[in-house]
Structures are given as structure tokens and as C-alpha cells.
Design a protein around this ligand. Sequence first.
Ligand SMILES: Cc1cc2nc3c(=O)[nH]c(=O)nc-3n(C[C@H](O)[C@H](O)[C@H](O)COP(=O)(O)OP(=O)(O)OC[C@H]3O[C@@H](n4cnc5c(N)ncnc54)[C@H](O)[C@@H]3O)c2cc1C
Length: 232
Amino acid sequence: MTSTKHLLIGGGLACSQAAKMLRMKESGSSITLTSKELHLPYDRPPLSKELLRGEKSIEQVIYDPPRFFEDKNIGVILGNPVVALDTHVKTVELAGGEVIQFEKAFIATGGDPLRLNIPGAKLAGVYYLRTMEDARRIASEAGPGRRAVVIGAGFIGMEVAASLTHAGVDVTVIETLPHIWPRFLDTTLAKYVQDHCETRGIRLCDRRQTPRAARSRPRSLCAYRIGYANRV
Ligand SMILES: Cc1cc2nc3c(=O)[nH]c(=O)nc-3n(C[C@H](O)[C@H](O)[C@H](O)COP(=O)(O)OP(=O)(O)OC[C@H]3O[C@@H](n4cnc5c(N)ncnc54)[C@H](O)[C@@H]3O)c2cc1C
């Protein structure tokens, strides 16, 4: 069993910053950062923009290179999520079976996109965007002549729509609420942005019912049925 004073569970922006601050305050204490992902902490905003458009690589979006963690003597464990936490004896167990004893644990395991609970949601061709791997999978499918449906017209949905359009994909966006960015734009401003998106080739669907993925090939998603009328 290994031990560390500070165990940072997560490996996103929060853990990366926590590691730096702890090292600044405590030059001699042991710090270990452990993440489910295979990459050093990286910036997620480019996932829906430059990374999706192939304009940036992983090396350009990680906050700090491996050398930084070596120089600062911060232990890093990647691709090995914490699967059990015992606060009484102060240990965690990793998926690989290792047990780590800690004095203090900082949990910053982030968020996850809401999973769609609709028929067909698990078919191949349905993607969520949260990680580097998600962005790479989506980018590998994008290209002229391809068609995509983006479900959700929040910031990330509209950024993905813009990036895919940039790659030559024919994009339709579906939003359950009456306009894009419904949580922070009023109708007037939203219409202005929507009109701009439409001039760039993004189709915005005025949908009134929950979409249903229509399977027309075994195990692969080919279409979304919207309400009873439209098929995209
Ligand atoms: C596509 C996209 C675009 C974005 N664009 C913007 C933007 O333009 N502006 C903005 O302000 N914000 C943006 N955000 C949001 C921003 O990225 C988040 O606010 C930020 O990533 C939160 O950092 P975090 O460290 O709290 O969590 P996260 O970055 O989610 O990191 C949590 C980490 O914990 C790991 N983890 C989960 N469970 C375990 C476990 N059991 N054991 C070990 N590790 C685990 C996860 O794999 C993940 O790597 C965007 C997010 C995405 C996905």
C-alpha cells in the first residue's frame, strides 16, 4: 500500500490547480493526483472548438507537461479511477486494485453530460462530448457529405454545431426549449444568434416532442425521428 499526504481525486482543472496551490504552500509534503482519464489535466473548452476542428493537439491543451509534475514532485496516476473510498481508515482503492493511504483527500471528479433516456440512445453513432476521446471520436466521423444531429442548443451544442459545419458536415440542432441558449439569452438576442447560425448553414429544428433515434441498420443510428412529423 502506498501513502500520500494529499490525494487529489479527479485530474481536471480543479485538481490541477489544487496540486499547484498545495505545492506552493507545502514544499515538502507528498501530493498524488489520480485520474480516470489517460491524459494529464487538460483544458476542456477546446474540445468543442479547436480540437474538434483539428486545429489543436492534446499537447496544446494540457495545462502542464509531464516535466512539470516531475519537477514539482507531484505523483500522477492516470487511467486508474478511484472505485472505493474509506474515510474511516483513510484509504482509496483504484480500479487496478492498488490501495492508497491518504491524510487528506480532495474530490473533484467533475460532471458528466446528461444521458438521453430515449429509444435508440445507445445505438452506435450516438456520441456525448466530455473528454478528449469523445472529441476525437466525433472528429473522426466529421467531414464533407456527413450529416449530424446535435441535441441541445446550449453553449457546447452550438459550438459543436459550428465546428462540424466548419468541417463540411450538414448539421441540424434540436432544442427542447423555444430558442438556443435558453438559460441565459432572451428571445431577441437568441434570434439574432440563431439567424447568424442559419446563414452559416446550421439548421435549427423547432421540435416539440422528444426525439427518438430510428434504427435503419442493425446496431447503428441513422436517423432521428422528431415528434411524428420530421425525420432528420
Ligand atoms: C466540450 C466542453 C466545452 C467547455 N467549454 C467551456 C468554456 O468555453 N468555458 C468554460 O468556462 N467552461 C467550459 N467547459 C466546462 C469546463 O471544462 C469545466 O467547468 C471544467 O472542466 C471543470 O473542471 P473540474 O476539474 O471541476 O472537472 P472535470 O474537468 O470534469 O474533471 C474531473 C475529472 O475527474 C475524473 N474522474 C471522474 N471520476 C473519477 C474517479 N472515480 N476517479 C478518478 N478520476 C475520476 C474525470 O474523468 C475527469 O477527468 C466546457 C466543458 C466541455 C466538456
